[in-house]
Design a protein around this ligand. Structure first.
Ligand code: OAD
Length: 234
């Protein structure tokens, strides 16, 4: 087999689960507590912006009290130590990868700690609440800030860069994601088609487990440090 140089890692809610952040589709997960149609679509925001703001304000506050876990730390170690190309693509909107130290990172579903002004199209770092309709720090207009989170029916961010990385990947690793949401669920097939080896690290077989050439099942805080040690040659 050819040596591995270019790696793409995809992460999902499972990588942050052991930091105490709810996943979406596990028992008791966020989409059991709230209907997607009520809080995570542009139509929901148009219909009941207070409800949507309350949902994201609460989550923005909650993630700031959480800490990165051993899986985030191992991926940051990989980022610091991997001599080839690496792209960590996360579907997560928390900031635990970057707080652990990861740099080569794309948030394809946006970030809780950003507010997006739909008047002037500027994104500003935001740690407080939005329900009071604060003014945009860039243009000064009140009432136009929304969570910088990709809702159902919206286009994920930076897809060209992600597909370019997938198309030259030698190894694609999917961590803590159910494989239920496209386009991320299709990345394994894109990488395979480009000739990459594919590895799933997840608590249980994902919906797309079948597509991976290897799968390891268990908690991310165990599987990810083990895999990073292995790939870095420790
Ligand atoms: P899901 O909640 O759909 O899936 C989480 C996956 O992580 C499941 O397969 C779990 O078995 C696994 N898991 C749970 N705990 C784990 C642990 N400790 N270690 C390893 N694996 C664990 O979350 P995502 O796949 O991230 O999008 O969801 C994808 C997208 O759907 C999210 O980004 C969000 C959501 O709707 C938007 O909001 C746009």
């Amino acid at each position: 087999m050819s040596p591995i140089r270019n790696i793409v890692v995809l992460t999902g809610a499972g990588v942050s689960a052991e930091s105490g952040i709810d996943t979406f589709r596990d028992a008791g997960g966020l989409w059991e507590q709230h209907r997607v149609e009520d809080v995570a679509t542009p139509e929901a925001f148009a219909r009941d912006p207070d409800l949507v703001h309350r949902f994201y304000d609460a989550r923005r506050e909650a993630i700031q009290a959480k800490q990165p876990n051993a899986a985030h730390e191992a991926l940051a170690r990989l980022d610091a130590g991997w001599p080839g190309e690496l792209l960590i693509v996360t579907q997560n909107v928390d900031d635990l990868h970057e707080r652990a130290g990861a740099k080569r990172l794309i948030h394809m579903h946006g970030e809780h700690l950003n507010a997006w002004c739909i008047a002037c199209d500027t994104r500003s770092r935001w740690t407080g609440t939005l329900i009071e309709r604060p003014a945009c720090p860039a243009c000064g207009m009140p009432g136009y800030l929304r969570p910088d989170v990709v809702w159902f029916g919206e286009m994920p961010y930076r897809m060209e860069e992600i597909y370019a990385a997938l198309n030259k990947a030698d190894l694609f690793v999917s961590i803590g994601t159910s494989g239920a949401v496209y386009p991320a669920a299709g990345f394994v097939r894109e990488a395979r088609a480009a000739g990459a080896r594919t590895l799933e690290l997840n608590m249980e077989p994902s919906q797309g487990s079948y597509w991976f050439s290897e799968a390891r099942h268990g908690p991310a805080t165990q599987l990810v440090p083990q895999w990073v040690d292995q790939i870095l040659g420790f």
